[in-house]
Design a protein around this ligand. Structure first.
Ligand code: GLN
Length: 430
């Protein structure tokens, strides 16, 4: 099929479904088609992402497109440059179809966009997950090949699981954050969502690597993710602590069945501090988010954030301001960093015994829209995804099956910078 035909098809599907699902905030039909035509005429070497069509989360800068972070604060803000990941995708012949909805400034699990909620294309009465809700829904609804999201505490993995697709959060420092609007800069990573492991791995291969623009990136070789290897001797770790936190035990049982079906053996690992993950994550996020949002004071970028944001963003700003007060110095943020270190050590020790650790993505099925959850209950939904961000390791999600007709994913976690192994294992379970 010609690239132009495919791109036209995607724009048609977007037009058909977007009214109901509220996924795309902006579609760039003119440039998308122009680029497709150029690619169809291209002679010589084709890029690795030739003709691949992308949806981009509204917190990643693309030149000329509205980068609102799904917030009224930045309603009229347009990207003035390409994020490192966007530049690499464009250079490798990928096509950016447009910008998709998410939770405001990536704060939430699918409930908090300033521009209306995203429906889950697979189960309309349940949340699509988040904060990369639009990215997951765009893939699941067949509106693009792949999507970029960001993951600070689970925002790629959570919606991937809820929408029945594949998603990956790379190791901290694997992908440049240059051009990503910070939620919590010591935890954020740009991740990829797609319909299969191979597609996601291919994109990861292109966007990974050291960047002069982001000093937290590492100069590691970008391995050949496409070469999935034989994994006969794989040792899988299961955590009793995670099992205890899993509210819907049917999800846990699905994982056990899957491991058995594939003929792998599992072994218990001790992740004793992970139960403190949520309590550790929020003081870090509140503090760093508060600091990062000080530039949204209404002078340079958009409007004053406190006067234009939603409840959850305001909660984090006010909480962050409180924690950051001089008289609290050493009490919250620094303590949280200390526990972060303990959680990382838990994983370091566990990975001496096993190759990968698998777990559910969320403790229960995605909430229905008519369920009223408190902020605390929503925070608890990230108990299984947050630890990977705190430890800086890589983690991905593959669809596991369905419960009550609702998609359920499985999380695979690997040591930092072992994305190659991560994809190998995800591929086996896919
Ligand atoms: N749900 C988590 C939060 O609200 C995760 C967000 C994210 O990963 N961007 O912070």
């Amino acid at each position: 099929m010609k690239v132009e035909e495919k791109v036209r098809d995607y724009f048609r599907v977007i037009k058909e479904k977007n009214k109901e699902l509220n996924v795309f905030l902006y579609v760039d039909e003119k440039n998308g088609l122009k680029r497709a035509k150029e690619l169809d005429l291209k002679k010589g070497q084709k890029g690795k992402l030739f003709g691949m069509c992308f949806a981009v989360k509204a917190n990643i800068n693309v030149i000329g497109m509205p980068i609102s972070c799904s917030s009224k604060t930045l309603e009229n803000y347009k990207g003035t440059y390409d994020a490192d990941v966007i530049r690499k995708i464009k250079d490798d012949d990928g096509i950016i179809l447009g910008i998709v909805n998410c939770d405001e400034f990536a704060c939430g699990s699918g409930q908090n966009s300033g521009f209306g909620r995203v429906l889950n294309p697979v189960v309309l009465d349940r949340v699509a997950g988040g904060s990369s809700s639009g990215s997951a829904a765009a893939v699941a609804a067949g509106m693009c090949d792949v999507a970029l999201g960001s993951d600070t505490g689970g925002s790629v993995r959570n919606p991937a699981s809820h929408c029945g697709i594949v998603g990956v959060k790379p190791s901290y420092g694997r992908v440049s954050r240059y051009g990503l609007v910070d939620l919590s800069m010591s935890l954020d990573q740009i991740g990829v969502l797609g319909r299969d492991v191979e597609g996601v791995a291919k994109v990861m291969e292109v966007i990974s690597g050291r960047s002069e623009n982001d000093p937290s990136t590492f100069d590691r070789n970008v391995e050949n993710y496409g070469s999935f290897s034989d994994l006969k001797k794989l040792k899988i770790g299961l955590s009793e602590e995670f099992k205890k936190l899993c509210v819907d035990k049917r999800i846990w049982n699905l994982i056990l069945e899957k491991i058995k079906e594939k003929g792998f053996v599992s072994k218990g690992v001790n992740l004793k501090y992970t139960k403190l993950g949520v309590q550790t994550y929020y003081p870090i996020v509140y503090t760093e988010f508060y600091s990062g949002t000080r530039k949204f004071d209404g002078r340079k970028y958009g409007k004053k954030i406190e006067e234009n944001c939603g409840e959850e963003v305001l909660r984090r700003i006010l909480g962050g301001a409180e924690i950051s007060k001089a008289e609290h110095s050493g009490k919250y943020y620094r303590k949280a960093l200390a526990v972060k270190g303990l959680i990382k050590k838990d994983f370091d020790d566990a990975f001496k015994k096993v190759d990968v650790i698998v777990s559910p993505v969320t403790p229960s099925l995605p909430p229905r829209w008519d369920e009223e959850l408190s902020a605390k209950e929503i925070y608890a939904l990230d108990a299984f995804t947050i630890p990977a961000n705190l430890a800086g390791i890589c983690a991905g999600v593959v669809p596991l099956g369905e419960l009550d007709g609702v998609p359920v994913g499985m999380q695979v976690m690997c040591p930092a910078f072992q994305e190659k192994k991560l994809f190998d294992v995800m591929k086996v379970f896919e």
